[in-house]
Design a protein around this ligand. Structure first.
Ligand code: FSO
Ligand code: SF4
Length: 528
């Protein structure tokens, strides 16, 4: 195996014996085979007019890529099944391998497209740029998959997925073409983020500021993690009147802000912190646990019998729910003890999507003009295990009181538990939602730039990203496509970006690694 697609990659260079995430070498190799199969399938249809392509093509490519995103699927049997589906859809002749080929043959078939082979033949820079594009596509695939759960699709996104995968299959190998494709990936990411934003708003109503109980109440309980709010709604419907309370976990926290979800009285509160605390927190949850999407970690014995995976998420031996009949989850919750006491560790305000924030635009613009609000800091992205991520907590708590902090993604957990107070009558910490809601930050930045008659780069606004997996990669590409400059990213730079490629990004976009909090804060204030 060789995998360096996420931030926690071993020694900052690549996982080679087993994933830090818990991915086995066999699962890792099969994921590479699945990506290769997706590239072959894309090639099969790249020359076919979009209208003539089968309707199953786009969702199949999306799912093939989403399966390989960090912390989604660790189950070799399920990955192998997906490989065979994709090869069958490409056709044995176009794919170049038989559908029923044994694993060894599949590995040999895809060997030349593996990172190690390309590093040897094309060098680290080109391989890294190809992988940057692939990871951007994986992120885009995840967003497109979410939108498709609400029956939304965008032909521009579907077409780009085919075009870009086919280019990768053909071995596109010039720096200029790869940079252009990466920026195009960023452009199309804006489309998919807008699509998902509209789908969420239309399906669940527009989020509004809502306080969430961080704690629990007595009663049977189900914990819902991941990002899929369609699953959450189905579960809320199926548990209504059954005496079971539903709690959000991790990236599901923003669900409480949506009218069509918060109307369920048994959506009782939020349990736990960000994804990487699950092995410590899940044993303490006295009910069933449903993992709708990433981030899944290796389950511990204390809760593996109460854990369920859904859709593309899988771990060998863990019960998987096909479709949206959650009866097994409900039965497991009823069999578990549930909570016997009430605990409130705090309250967190969610629901500051672009509608809510821009609803207060006049107030915000007035406060900026009056000097009451001096600066906006977008601090968001992903959380992770590394100690260096305390940078984000230190940054959030050091930021002056006349700055507004916009946050999103599970990176927000680094900011919770501190009283930020208010500025100009607004909370200083505005939670814009999941990482899937990155569009809100883009929309607010563009609207402010419009109101002040300047570009986003001229606003008193700084963006500090915490990255972990591939959705963060496509969001970064989207910001670069929008020509947003001086973005800070951390806690570490991606292993797949070589010094030469980084130099291009630094020279063109002023992209910088996070540094020391005080120095960074001064630089942000001075750039305004
Ligand atoms: Fe976090 Fe995981 Fe949302 Fe990621 S739960 S880390 S960017 O997969 O998806 O923010
Ligand atoms: Fe390693 Fe991340 Fe790949 Fe897992 S996803 S194998 S942790 S680089």
């Amino acid at each position: 195996m060789f995998c360096y697609q996420c931030e926690q990659t071993a020694r900052g260079t690549g996982c080679v014996t087993r994933g830090v995430c818990g991915k086995s070498p066999e699962a890792s190799d099969l994921q590479d085979v699945l990506v290769h199969a997706a590239k072959r399938l894309a090639t099969r249809y790249a020359g076919v007019a979009a209208a003539e392509r089968p309707a199953s093509l786009a969702p199949m490519l999306e799912d093939a890529l989403f399966v390989t995103v960090t912390n989604v699927n660790f189950d070799t049997a399920s990955i192998l099944e997906k490989i065979r589906d994709v090869v069958a859809a490409a056709g044995a002749t176009a794919a170049g391998v038989a559908v029923e080929a044994p694993e060894d043959t599949l590995l040999a078939w895809s060997r030349d497209s593996m990172i190690a082979s390309r590093k040897a033949s094309l060098g680290d820079d080109i391989t890294g740029l190809q992988e940057l594009l692939l990871y951007g596509l994986k992120g885009m695939a995840a967003y497109a998959h979410h939108a498709r759960q609400m029956n939304r699709a965008d032909p521009v996104v579907d077409a780009f997925m085919v075009e870009a995968l086919a280019k990768l299959d053909a071995g596109v190998a010039t720096v200029d073409e790869l940079l252009a494709l990466n920026l195009k990936c960023g452009e199309v990411t804006v489309n998919v983020l807008a699509l998902l934003d509209a789908a969420h708003g239309d399906t669940f109503g527009k989020p509004t500021p809502t306080p969430v109980l961080m704690g629990h109440v007595p009663g049977k309980a189900i914990l819902v993690s991941g990002h899929d709010m369609v699953d959450l709604k189905a579960l809320l419907e199926q548990t209504e009147g059954k005496g079971i309370n539903i709690y959000t976990h991790g990236e599901m926290l923003p669900a409480h802000g949506y009218p069509e979800l918060k109307k369920f009285k048994h959506l009782a509160g939020h349990f736990g912190g960000a994804w990487m605390l699950q092995q410590r927190e899940f044993p303490k949850f006295p009910g069933a646990i449903l993992m709708t999407t990433n981030c899944l970690m290796q389950p511990f014995e204390e809760y593996e019998g109460r854990l369920f995976t859904r859709n593309l998420v899988a771990w060998p031996g863990i019960a998987h729910i096909d479709g949206r009949d959650f009866t097994p989850v409900i039965e497991a919750a009823l069999a578990a003890p549930g909570f016997t006491d009430s605990v409130k560790t705090g309250e967190h305000l969610v629901g500051f999507g672009h509608d809510a924030v821009l609803g207060a635009a006049d107030k915000i613009i007035g406060a900026v003009k009056a000097g009451e609000i001096k600066h906006f800091a977008v601090i968001g992205g992903c959380d992770g295990t590394e100690g260096e991520r305390s940078y984000y907590t230190d940054l959030g708590t050091t930021i002056p009181n006349d700055w507004v902090i916009l946050t999103l993604g599970c990176g927000k957990y680094r900011l919770l538990g501190h009283d930020y107070g208010t500025v100009a009558g607004l909370p200083r910490l505005l939670d814009m939602g999941q990482c899937n809601d990155s569009f809100s930050a883009v929309k607010v930045a563009l609207a402010l730039a419009d109101a002040f008659g300047c570009t986003v780069n001229d606003l008193p606004l700084s963006i500090v990203l915490s990255w972990f997996e591939q959705k963060a990669v496509c969001v970064l590409l989207a910001l670069l496509h929008l020509n947003v400059k001086n973005i800070r990213i951390g806690p570490r730079l991606p292993a797949f970006l070589t010094p030469a490629v980084l130099k291009v990004l630094v020279d063109t976009f002023g992209l910088k690694p996070v540094g020391e909090v005080d120095t960074d804060l001064k630089a942000m204030a001075n750039a305004a």
